[in-house]
Design a protein around this ligand. Structure first.
Ligand SMILES: [Zn+2]
Length: 312
């Protein structure tokens, strides 16, 4: 399995007070090395996504607006998009690596890219990247997200690998509204997007009936392991297995952990192992997993490790 990351992902830093901070990745990397897991993974440096790759998902006007914000910002005075989301002079360098990691992951799990030896499970990849992506809209940054990393990967898979049946399962505690915006924006989209999320909570979920190809799994504050596992078995696995994807993306957010300070689910690392094992068992296709949220560093380390173990 490939482990794709890049030191540039540490460059987006709006201050130590912000939960989405560089230590999330450096702490995780140290933990995977200390626990001997890194020896099982094939570590690859992420390339930067190109503007053309980003344009498959985001509008040109939005990309230009972000670039102008980054130019106007200084390290001491980031450009403020909202109270959570700020651009520094280095933000887009990090964000391009995050999106580029997912693009490369797609090529690698389909057997492309440069030869990398013979890793365990060469049809799977985990992208340890930040800033995260699943709140990023076609024309808007929000919720710590700038480019929709998973969407960039999905659009690349459709364009370059003839992947028609692409499933995205998002188990971050927050609804993946940016990814839903991407899927809704594709006419007659063949994609399947399943999002489990705390509800009601941030962000607002679109009103009205859910279109075909989008499955909402809203779960209340206080959701614990047994409730979560039942929802996985009853609401996530059946539509996923019926769909028979040729590529599965996982938006792997770990902020549903009981120790996470910014949400109210009470999951533990074995629950993340459970959903990962269930997704693996329900599919036979390549899998690209991409880090989204998770803000308690120790819980993030253990949860990611459980997720990686299950993918291996
Ligand atoms: Zn989240």
């Amino acid at each position: 399995m490939y482990f794709i990351t890049h030191p540039d992902c540490l460059l987006h830093d709006v201050g130590a007070w912000h939960p989405e901070r560089p230590a999330r990745l450096s702490h995780l990397s140290d933990y995977l090395i200390a626990s001997q897991r890194m020896t099982l993974l094939t570590r690859v440096d992420a390339p930067a996504a190109t503007r053309d790759q980003l344009l498959r998902v985001h509008s040109a006007a939005y990309l230009t607006r972000l670039e102008r914000l980054a130019t106007s910002a200084t390290t001491d005075a980031p450009a403020v998009i909202d109270s959570d989301t700020m651009v520094t002079p280095h933000t887009l360098q990090a964000a391009r690596r995050a999106a580029g990691a997912v693009r490369l992951a797609v090529d690698l799990v389909f057997g492309g890219g440069e030869p990398r030896g013979a890793p365990l499970r060469p049809d799977r990849a985990f992208c340890a990247v930040r800033p995260p992506g699943h709140h990023a809209l076609r024309s808007g940054a929000m919720g710590f997200c700038f480019y929709n990393n998973v969407a960039v990967g999905a659009a690349h898979a459709a364009a370059h690998h003839d992947a028609r049946r692409i499933a995205i399962v998002d188990f971050d505690v927050h609804h993946g509204n940016g990814t839903e915006d991407f899927v809704r924006g594709i006419p007659d989209s063949p994609l399947l997007f399943i999002s489990a999320f705390q509800h009601p909570f941030y962000p607002a979920v679109p009103e009205g009936p859910t279109p075909p190809g989008i499955v909402h799994v809203p779960l209340p504050a206080g959701t614990d392991g047994p409730t979560f596992r039942s929802a996985v078995a009853d609401q996530i696995l059946p539509p996923l297995a019926d769909y028979r994807p040729d590529l599965l993306f996982i938006s792997a957010g770990f902020d549903g952990h009981a120790a996470d300070p910014y949400a109210d689910w009470h999951l533990h690392e074995d629950d993340f192992a459970f959903i990962t094992e269930a997704l693996v068992a329900a599919t036979t296709c390549p899998i690209v997993s991409v880090l989204e949220g998770g803000y308690d560093l120790a819980a993030l380390d253990r949860s990611c490790a459980a997720h990686i173990d299950a993918l291996l």
